[in-house]
Each structure stands twice: as structure tokens, then as C-alpha cells.
Ligand binder design. Sequence first.
Ligand code: PMV
Length: 326
Amino acid sequence: MQAEATARANIALIKYWGKRARALNLPAVGSLSITLDGLATQTAVRFDAALETDRVVLNGREDEAAAGRVSRFLDLLRERAGVKTRVEVISHNNFPTAAGLASSASGFAALAAAAATALKLDLSPEALSVLARQGSGSAARSIFGGFVEWHRGERDDGADSFAEVLAPREHWPLQVVIAITETAPKGTGSTDGMTQTEFTSPYFDAWVDGQEADLADARAAILSRDFEKLADVAEFSCLKMHASALAARPGVIYWNGATLEAMHTVRTLRSGGMQVFFTIDAGPQLKAICEPAAAPSVRDALAAVPGVREVIVTGLGEGVTTRSSE
Ligand code: PMV
């Protein structure tokens, strides 16, 4: 009863922000993302009747804080498999966890896949996506590679709220330049930021109302590889998400000065004819998406922004991969 899986982080171009049901992580809106090649979580699980409690080792350190969330998540799989066996989870990120780079997305996608394989659950990719979603919403998307859409779904049980591939990564090999502006853990987690926005922001309803049109624009832009159109709708979605959070009471502010400077840098490059746009999640890092030819210039320009500590360049990645090790 042991297996290993590798999953990669993803970043949303059309954002998930807000939940229609909290317990099952059901999103208020559908979303669309790209899976990243260079940011991976590798997770090994071993179910062992001799263990008295679940044990979680993250990046070489036993993590009791993470163990609670991981245990509750694994209970979903144990229940399905009809077992109560405790598990040891050993997980590594090849990128800085504290930097708020969607480690929960790759982490729960890898965990879901490894545990389902170890328990011989034989789940379809959609069923795996439904499961991963319950660990962390955006993990539903990291099951798949390339361009991925996560459906909002209508059902109360969440069975229709899973992700699927819109286009494989070969369809349009974009590059992503990540500007790290802060390495300390973020102040407001995504769930708290969403809750605050849902309950107090006068812009939350407008955010939800616009989502279907944004998803339609982004799908069309991706399928026709129309960079300007994708740049326009992705920045629109990112800035609307942040505007809704900024208008919460009290406002949720994820950016620092360097984030804002980096946004201007990307805008300046684009107005000079370079094919690049930005997106930002619930944290201060900026992700610049560009055509491969632009990547070296985008990297140099972002590295020169005061306050940018590190720049990571990556391409698009594949979905979760699993190995069972009897
Ligand atoms: O999966 P969570 O709960 O960490 O939420 C992710 C929220 C954003 O990163 C801000 C947007 C998204 O779609 O990934």
C-alpha cells in the first residue's frame, strides 16, 4: 500500500475567487489555468497498519500543522477504500513553499493521486480532480497539464465541479516568468481572503456576474492562440479579483510595492510591442506570461525591478504522474 506521485503548480489566467459551498470547496465561479513545468511537488505515501497516527514530512521536516489538514483529506480516501490504516506522507517541493507559489495546488494533487493509487481506488482523472479539489480548490486543476478549465458545477455534492484539459501544452508553448517579491508566508490565506470578499465587498457580485464572459473570451483566445486577446482578458480577470478583495471591509491587500512596480514594467514592455502580460494570485508574487521569444527580456526586466528578489522562468507542464511501489 504505497505509491508516489508528482504534480505541478498551476496559475489561473481566469481566477477562482469565492466559494459557493465551503465544506466541499465548491467555487462560486469556474476558472482557467496553465500548469507549470518547473514547480513540482513529489509525494510518497505509505499506508502502514503499524502506524498509530498519520505522519507528514514536508521538505524534510515533520509538520504537525499540516498533518491535521492532510489527515482530514486522507479520511475521504480511506472512507472510499473502506480502510482505517494510518499513513506516512513524505513530500518535497522543488520550489520555495513559503513564497506562496501555489504549493497547496501541487501538494493536494500529488497527495490525492499517490493515496488513490496506494489504496487501489482506480479513479478517473475527473474523480481525482473532484477529490483534489476538497484538499485545496486550485488542486483540482493541477491533476491536468497544459491549459485547464475547472468547472464551477451546479450540484450540491460537487460531483460536476472538476477540471479538464482545454488544450495540451504543445498547443501553445508559452513561458512564465515568476518575480518573487517576498519570501515570508503571506498575511491573508486565500480562503480567508475569499470569505472576507464574499461577505463584505460590494464588488463581489459584479465579479461573479462577469465570469462566464471572461471564460468564453479566454477559451477562444487560447484555442486561436490570440496573445493580445488572452493578455487583455487575463489582466482584466486578475485586476477584478484584486479589486473585489481590495473593496472588502477591511480591504484585503496582497500586493507590495515591488508587485506594483513589476506590473508597470510588464505594461511598459507590452506597450513597446512585447508579447507579455501579468497575473497575480493571493500573494505578492507576479507571474508574467509571454511568448518564448520574449522570455529573456522579460526575465531581465523583472529582475531589475527594485524589490524583486528572485526570478524563475518555466514553461507549461504536464498533469499528475503516479508510480505505485509495492
Ligand atoms: O486553491 P486556493 O484555495 O489556494 O485558492 C486559489 C485562489 C487564487 O490563487 C487566488 C486564484 C486561482 O484561481 O488559483
